[in-house]
Design a protein around this ligand. Structure first.
Ligand code: PLP
Length: 358
């Protein structure tokens, strides 16, 4: 068997969910499990949070149906709402909570025949300018929907553009715009993603929406998982499959882009960009071999990458390698690659078998 796996510690996800809840005492939480629970496996994550999470949030009806099949009662929020008019009837059958972010969605809902009323979340565009209504439009729709037979609860939702940057002026502005509408009779209100859960108590409202933090990665550039008491849930673990000595002046890998400046011991590791390891990871990206920190050298191939193990004398063929995880935060690897933990986790390929512990 190819020596590469994603080891997912489900107890870490439970711990991180509890950290989110402790950050926002008395509030409820939608555990965000879109994109296959950020690559961790939606079935296993929903199962371990089954009796703990107040609700779940997903990006599509297909994802919602998968969660509903595992959980008969939970509130399940469709974050971007329905994409087609006929999805409203299915959403009602599945007893989902749906975001309404466009006039077309509201009209389709008002024309739909539903088996039961839907709880709706009117999305206010507070400044991200991706989805949602202007305040006056939202106020009008609120009035119309409050007498619509298709509608149960009317709730308010918005999304923060810069919550990961503490002190960014847009944060206060978005919270203010959100609160300006709070006088309308909404049943529930929700604004906070992970970054806001961790750093913006004024944004907590009634329901928080933690995603990334559940998986033990940090959305904040200046606060790491250790300071935040988050536990990395996924360890991308591989083994060394070959070792060689490379003389000074010799190159390693495609394009001969990395050249040894001194005699170097090179380990070839069984993980590549077809597994979701970023191809653009530069030489110098951290990697753990035998639990010791060393660096990637040369270009990442489809199925393999190379690591300098000159300073890890005990390393050899079969040595364990951690590409990221419990001992090497994915945030650090992402930073070295000029991307975010969000991308590395959600792009981990289906080729990598997931193994569950905890
Ligand atoms: C994905 C998503 C979240 C979760 O964001 P994190 O930064 O991962 O916590 C919350 N709200 C919306 C609307 C989302 O799309």
């Amino acid at each position: 068997m190819r020596p590469l796996a994603a080891i997912v510690d489900l107890s870490a996800i439970v711990h991180n969910y509890q950290v989110a809840k402790r950050c926002a005492p008395g509030r409820q939480a939608f555990a965000v499990v879109k994109a296959n629970a950020y690559g961790h496996g939606v079935r296993e994550v929903v199962t371990v949070l089954h009796d703990i999470a107040d609700g779940f949030a997903v990006a599509s009806l297909e994802e919602a149906a998968e969660v509903r099949a595992m959980h008969g009662e939970a509130r399940i929020l469709l974050l971007a709402g329905c994409f087609e008019p006929d999805e409203f009837a299915i959403a009602a059958q599945l007893e989902l909570d749906v975001v309404l972010q466009s006039d077309a969605q509201v009209r389709a809902l008002a024309a739909a025949e539903l088996s039961r009323p839907l709880n709706v979340w009117l999305k206010l565009d507070t400044g991200m300018h991706r989805l949602g209504f202007a305040a006056d439009t939202l106020t009008q729709w609120h009035a119309q929907l409050s007498v619509a037979p298709q509608v149960g609860e009317i709730n308010l939702i918005s999304h923060l553009a810069c919550a990961d940057e503490r002190g960014h002026p847009l944060n206060e502005q978005q919270i203010e715009r959100f609160l300006e509408l709070a006088d309308l009779p909404f049943s529930q209100r929700s604004l906070a993603n992970s970054a806001a859960v961790l750093t913006l108590p004024a944004a907590h409202m009634d329901w928080i929406r933690p995603g990334l933090m559940l998986y033990g990665a940090t959305p904040l550039a200046d606060l790491g998982v250790r300071e935040l008491d988050l536990k990395p849930a996924l360890t991308l673990a591989a083994r060394v499959i070959a070792v060689r000595e490379v003389a000074a002046g010799e190159s390693v890998g495609y394009g001969a882009s990395w050249v040894a400046e001194r005699p170097t011991r090179i380990a070839t590791v069984c993980c590549g960009y077809a597994d979701g390891y970023p191809r653009h990871a530069p030489s110098g990206t951290p990697v753990l071999v035998e639990g010791r920190r060393t660096v990637l050298v040369g270009r990442v191939s489809m199925d393999m990458l190379s690591v300098d193990i000159s300073d890890v004398p005990e390393a050899g063929v079969d040595s364990p390698v951690e590409l990221w995880g419990a001992s090497l935060p994915v945030d650090e690897v992402a930073a070295a690659c000029g991307t975010l933990a969000y991308e590395l986790l959600s792009r981990l390929s289906v080729r990598v078998p997931r193994r569950y512990i905890g």
